[in-house]
Design a protein around this ligand. Structure first.
Ligand SMILES: NC(=O)c1ccc[n+]([C@@H]2O[C@H](COP(=O)([O-])OP(=O)(O)OC[C@H]3O[C@@H](n4cnc5c(N)ncnc54)[C@H](OP(=O)(O)O)[C@@H]3O)[C@@H](O)[C@H]2O)c1
Length: 319
């Protein structure tokens, strides 16, 4: 394998005996047309790992793009790794299987490679994804525990249509007891992570337990000003002849995480896929960055920033 391809072809072993491609494409995209276009472009650029969610309300569009590329014979289903996520209003155990099967149907899939609990917060059960009282406060559901929901995900694995299960937007404090009690241990944990939020303690726990750490917002959601302008990142980019985006994605893969990025056009998709190793001194410099910033508040409330519209992109945080 040439050095150029070293990182983009990385596969990380999961605890179910299968691999997850390190480089993933995230489908939190505002419009359905953009979703179809960007998903197809990502596939053509070489991305094989895809992250979806019922919350993104665009699983059909993702499914259509995937189906058209499969029908053209450009890739095979078994070459793809497709994940989707259970939203907060479906945490009651009896709602899990119907929600999972509805996601599969929308995506046009027979099985999912991974199903995640999108956040550890249960909302009032029902079809409303964002249930609120008359004062605008979120209606949480206190009659279901995370372990109750997890057991329903375990049953999905037993059922054979779901190959691996995991959690998202979870802290180490929430993950540890769940890990201890779980019959089927989480295969993947998806959380915000970038040089301003390295989540080193959580990453070390995941490495120790054989859980894949899947970083979202590796480019800091593309917010400006942000990671692209960080002097350490831009100096390394100039030194190694790569873009700041490529440096940030390489750092993530090289420290042993899988990642999710959302390139919006063909040039960004090629750029984000074409990453190669950073020298050890560059890794050290990035690891020494002291700035700390969490961009996505969902981890503390379960409430998404919002599903961004095009006009909201700068400064936007979705979930
Ligand atoms: N579990 C959760 O709660 C959660 C929360 C958020 C996201 N996610 C997942 O993570 C995925 C990744 O989203 P993200 O926002 O976190 O990803 P990201 O890669 O950090 O940021 C994506 C944004 O960066 C910009 N960008 C992408 N490639 C670029 C490049 N080469 N050069 C310059 N700008 C570039 C684009 O913005 P412009 O439009 O400005 O170009 C794009 O919208 C989502 O799609 C979703 O699947 C999960």
């Amino acid at each position: 394998m040439s050095e150029q391809n070293e990182l983009r072809d990385n596969q990380i072993p999961m605890n179910n005996g299968r691999n997850i491609p390190a480089l993933g494409f995230g489908t939190l995209i505002p419009s359905l047309d953009d979703t179809r276009r960007a998903t197809r472009t990502a596939l053509e650029a070489g991305f094989r790992q895809f992250d979806c969610s019922e919350r993104y309300r665009n699983e059909e569009a993702v499914g259509e793009a995937i189906k058209s590329v499969l029908q053209e014979g450009k890739v095979r289903r078994e070459d793809l790794f497709i994940a989707t996520k259970l939203w907060n209003n479906n945490h009651r155990p009896e709602r899990v299987k119907p929600a999972f099967e509805a996601s599969l149907r929308r995506l046009g899939l027979d099985y999912a490679d991974l199903y995640l609990i999108h956040t550890p917060f249960a909302f009032q059960p029902g079809d409303e994804q964002d249930p609120r009282d008359q004062n605008g406060n979120v209606l949480y559901d206190h009659d279901v525990t995370l372990l109750d929901t997890w057991k329903a995900l375990e049953s999905l694995v037993d059922g054979g249509k779901c190959r691996a299960i995991g959690l998202s937007d979870i802290t180490l404090e929430q993950l540890t007891p769940l890990y201890e009690s779980a019959r089927i241990k989480p295969a993947v944990v998806q959380v915000e992570s970038h040089p301003y939020l390295p989540e080193t303690e959580l990453l070390n726990f995941c490495k120790e337990k054989g859980i894949v750490f899947l970083a979202f917002a590796p480019l800091g959601h593309g917010m400006k000003p942000g990671l692209f302008e960080d002097p350490v990142i831009s100096a390394i980019a100039a030194r190694v002849g790569k873009t700041p985006a490529q440096v940030l994605l390489a750092w993530a893969v090289q420290r042993g995480t899988a990642l999710l990025t959302t390139p919006k056009n063909e040039a960004q998709a090629r750029e984000n896929f074409n990453i190669s190793s950073l020298p050890a001194d560059a890794m050290d410099e990035i690891n020494r960055i002291q700035t700390r910033q969490r961009l996505n508040p969902v981890v503390s409330t379960g409430v998404p920033g919002f599903i961004p519209r095009p006009a909201d992109r700068k400064g936007a945080a979705g979930s």
